[in-house]
Ligand binder design. Sequence first.
Ligand SMILES: Nc1ncnc2c1ncn2[C@@H]1O[C@H](COP(=O)(O)OP(=O)(O)O)[C@@H](O)[C@H]1O
Ligand SMILES: [Mg+2]
Length: 310
Amino acid sequence: MLAIEARDVAKTFRAGWIRRRETVALRSVSLAVPRGAIVGVLGPNGAGKTTLLSIFATLLTPDRGSVTILGHDVVREAAALRRRLNMASGRPSFLWSLRVGEIVAFYGRLYGLHGATLARRVDELIETFELTTHRRAQYNELSTGLKQRLALAKALVNEPELLFLDEPTLGLDPDVSVRVRAHIRSLRRERGMTIVLTTHYMREAEELCDEIAFIKDGRILARGTADDLKRQIGLGDVIALRVEPPAPWLRNAPGVLRCADNDGWVRCTVDDAEKRLPELLRQLYAEGREVKSVQVKEPELEEVFVELAR
Ligand SMILES: Nc1ncnc2c1ncn2[C@@H]1O[C@H](COP(=O)(O)OP(=O)(O)O)[C@@H](O)[C@H]1O
Ligand SMILES: [Mg+2]
């Protein structure tokens, strides 16, 4: 069953009255997200990531197209959906003078919580996100990392089935990012939550997401697992070899897409290193050549990104 089914979603921002300005944020985006999946929306600045998430989270309405979330239409049935989803931004903004505990409680009340239930929920979230010692700190006193943890706590106050995270680890120290990612994984594992997150950190997408959608200029250019994407772009694995004496047939060997010679190394781009490396080595040894060193490099998601963003 699908958590999200978006078809041909388009959104243009219009601003100005005398001098009208139009910005096309989304052109024709279709995306399906299965329940219980973690899907990443990856793309350069201005690609339309936040706009897409905001439409899914019922914060913006699309100009065209349709979005069905948990079986409900995102525009017509927005009110019913809001109880079942939530969103956190990596650039959170809450009233500066409110205290951490007050902010979580405020959002809890918006979802109809009160009394002991509200108090318990706030306590749990504050504990989960290690905010206990900051509970009485004002929002404007918090570090970036604490603000983001607070944003996550706020986003779970209604125990959503579907969670949208807009750049959840933006600007965080690496050790804090690791903890936030571990927490995101546990939300899916322990509660079966469906999570859609945006990021421009390739490693984050690769590590967290079952599927990744690449978006640029308001269009999804490619989608699939990190490995699918690498294959689609045809980057291939690289096998680098130092062979004595050199073997000119390497460039024509099965599965070898390209070959380059450079300071004693032959770098062969192959379709599948795991399959081709043993074949190549067997042949080289059979010919009595000496293989002095071997390196295998899988393509980085980053390279896919650079290729697509061109
Ligand atoms: N409220 C808005 N008013 C006008 N233009 C906007 C607004 N929000 C976003 N945009 C524009 O829409 C495009 C997509 O923005 P956004 O969805 O924020 O991209 P991303 O999150 O991928 O960086 C950008 O060109 C941005 O400037
Ligand atoms: Mg954004």
